[in-house]
Ligand binder design. Structure first.
Ligand code: ZN
Length: 234
């Protein structure tokens, strides 16, 4: 297994994700990559997404991360590669969610990990959202344990080593019609939202509009290792 993740994520994002473009006529804004393992990696915010009345910025590199994780583990992946309307993490009447529900049924998926991006100012490396412990009863403990093995801990005093579990605004769907909530409540499949701080997600510093920002490849490697190990335990 190659682990040159940063290069592969960067190449995939550049070649395959058209963040601000409409889908081609007759095509979806998202892409499904079939797998063999009972885990599905979702990245609904890989490109711009229509949230009520405006285009919200992409969670950069999450589409590429979903793809690369699937490539290395055999998980299924569903991710946006063109701008999408409406935002599948905000409304249930969504082609993305209909496709997701169909896949969960047909492919006997046991766990959905829904990847998102948080800004570099956030006081965590990763935020795990399980609707305050509801949406992922079978896997929440092992997910936390696996992040701990890569030295991301809920009580860590350094923000970029902290795994926040259901912090305010990142609970995965106690208020909004998220993917996590949809998968758990309507499909009865375990689901967790994973928010990655930009330091652990962005692989090229020119991708964000701040001169003080530099990606953290070592922490990114630890986060990806944890995600791979989580997928392999299911
Ligand atoms: Zn998001």
């Amino acid at each position: 297994m190659t682990n040159d993740w940063a290069r592969r994520i960067s190449q995939f994002e550049a070649a395959q994700v058209r963040h601000a473009d409409d889908p081609l006529p007759g095509q979806a804004a998202f892409r499904y990559r079939p797998g063999t393992r009972p885990v599905l990696i979702s990245a609904p915010h890989g490109a711009y997404h229509w949230r009520q009345d405006y285009w919200k910025r992409p969670d950069g590199y999450t589409a590429a991360l979903a793809h690369v994780l699937a490539e290395d583990t055999g998980a299924h992946a569903l991710y946006t590669v063109r701008r999408i309307r409406p935002d599948p993490n905000f409304e249930d009447d969504s082609e993305y969610k209909r496709m997701l529900a169909r896949l969960l049924r047909q492919r006997h998926i046991r766990l959905v990990l829904d990847l998102h991006g948080a800004s570099p100012e956030r006081e965590f490396a990763l935020a795990l959202g399980t609707m305050d412990g509801q949406s992922c009863p079978n896997y929440e403990a092992i997910i936390i344990q696996t992040f701990r093995e890569q030295a991301f801990a809920p009580d860590h005093n350094h923000a970029l080593d902290r795994l926040a579990v259901n912090p305010l605004h990142f609970k995965g769907g106690t208020l909004q019609h998220t993917v996590t909530r949809f998968v758990w409540e309507q499909c009865r499949v375990n689901a967790a939202q994973v928010e990655l701080n930009a330091y652990l997600r962005v692989v090229r510093s020119d991708a964000v509009n701040t001169s003080t920002f530099a990606p953290d490849p070592i922490r990114q490697r630890r986060a990806i290792t944890a995600l791979i190990n989580i997928i392999m335990t299911v």
